[in-house]
Structures are given as C-alpha cells and as structure tokens.
Design a protein around this ligand. Structure first.
Ligand SMILES: [Zn+2]
Length: 261
C-alpha cells in the first residue's frame, strides 16, 4: 500500500530512488548481520561439540538396551567429563581410614566393596589403613552431621557425601561421610554410591540401573554399565588429561571382551 502513496507524490521518483537506496542499505545490513550470526553460531557449535558425546548419546532405562562402548563413553561423559572436561582418576594407592560408629556389617560391606573395586584393571590398590590415609571414611549419626559438615567444610549431607580433591587431574584425597543410623540395607547402597563417586564418577546419572542414579534409588551392586564404565575409565591406556574425543578414538574398533575380562 505504501508504494501507491509514494507514486502519487510529486517527488515520487526521488522518493522511490531513496527508498530503493534504503532498501539496498537494509538488505546489505541484513546480509552482514546474518553472516556474522552464522559465523557466531558455527563458532559456538564447534566449541560445544568439542565436549559433546556423539549422536549416539542415549540413556539406558531398560535392561534390554545394548550396552556397548558408546554407552560407556556416554556414561563417563555424563558423570565426569561434563564437569571436568578431561579425564581425572586416582593414580596412587587409595588408603582408607574409617572412624565413627560403623557396625560389623558396615565393615564387611566396606571390605566387599574394596575387594570388588580391586578387580578393576588399572585402579590403584585400594586398602584399609590405620594411618597415612588419603581417604577418610566417617560413619556418623544424623545428630552429628552438622558438626562433621562444618569440620570438613562439606555441603549439606543427605545420607552420604563424598568430597574429593584433585590436582592436575589426579584424585589425591577424599572425605566420605555416611549417616550411620539409617537402615543397614539402605546404608550399604549409600556406601557403594559414595565409593563410586570416590573413584571419579562425580555427577549422577540418568541411568536408573546405576549406583549413582540421579533418582537416589538404592542399588545394591554395580550395574553392567557401572562396571563397563569403571573398566573403561581405568583402562591403563586411558590417561589423566585425555579428552572425550581421545578416549572415544581409543575405543573405536576395540574388542569389548578384551576390556571386560
Ligand atoms: Zn551422589
């Protein structure tokens, strides 16, 4: 409708030329903005993709799903690399001292977990010590939690907590606190959950079968994906500082049975 208005004006031609000039300017401006925008988007995507799992990323919610290297890689990404960007793990013996009020079964469970973790190829030896510990495991009743929380500078404790310290990607020490007056069965799964955080799986998983599932469901033993990811993370060829791309390249065309044995 505006065009008719311009033509009817005495200075119509000028106006049309002007309009045409402005159109060109706006068109040029638009093109420049679009190009700059596209460059930014491509740039951002490149940066993000650098840390993103491949298109096969999916979460296991059903035990009938196939567990393969890509699943293990996704689990490692989800629970560690999404936070720290390059591989972190223990590389010297994990010496655990416990204190507080553990029950007999707590000690038995602790020994069972240590025994199982020591079967993982590449994990430094894990053992119970009386001194020179680098992991302190505290069993404490609910009423003492605030004191313990303050003493070790921890965030709020809900049944259990694991706070690690790492230097240049090497996990060097940790404090684990377990609420001691919850049911024994639940406590057993809390200890396992915290121990899985201890070895480097920092974040919770969408995978409902995992001992570190984000729903807080009690899982009594390492699931198939937990074990696979644990073995993949501590495989001797996977070293501290590696990126997601590097470990996924390593596992391309590798034999699953070789890693799982
Ligand atoms: Zn947790």
């Amino acid at each position: 409708m505006n065009n008719i208005h311009y033509i009817e004006k005495p200075k119509g031609i000028h106006t049309i030329q002007k309009k045409s000039f402005f159109n060109k300017t706006f068109l040029l401006f638009g093109v420049v903005i679009t190009v700059v925008g596209l460059i930014c988007i491509v740039g951002l995507q490149t940066n993000t993709d650098h840390f993103k799992p491949d298109s096969t990323f999916h979460f296991l919610n059903d035990s009938e799903d196939v567990i393969d290297f890509s699943y293990g890689l996704n689990f490692i990404y989800e629970t560690q690399l999404s936070r720290v960007r390059t591989i972190e793990k223990w590389s010297s013996p994990i010496k655990i001292k416990y204190e507080g009020n553990p029950t007999k079964e707590d000690i038995a469970v602790l020994k069972r977990i240590i025994k199982e973790f020591n079967t993982i190829n590449g994990l430094p030896e894990m053992k119970i010590v009386n001194k020179d510990e680098n992991v302190l495991l505290v069993y404490t009743p609910k009423e003492s939690l605030p004191t313990i929380q303050e003493k070790y500078n921890l965030s709020e404790i809900d049944k259990g907590i694991c706070r690690r310290r790492s230097e240049n990607g090497e996990i060097i020490s940790a404090v684990l606190v377990i609420e001691s007056d919850i049911s024994q069965e639940y406590k057993n799964s809390v200890v396992l959950h915290e121990f899985f955080h201890l070895v480097g799986f920092y974040e919770h998983s969408f995978d409902k079968t995992s001992v570190i599932n984000r729903d807080g469901e009690a899982v009594p033993k390492l699931s198939a994906v937990d074990t696979l990811s644990f073995k993949m993370l501590y495989h001797p060829e996977i070293t501290i500082g590696m990126t997601y791309e590097e470990i996924s390249t390593y596992y391309q065309n590798k034999d699953m049975n070789e890693i799982l044995k």
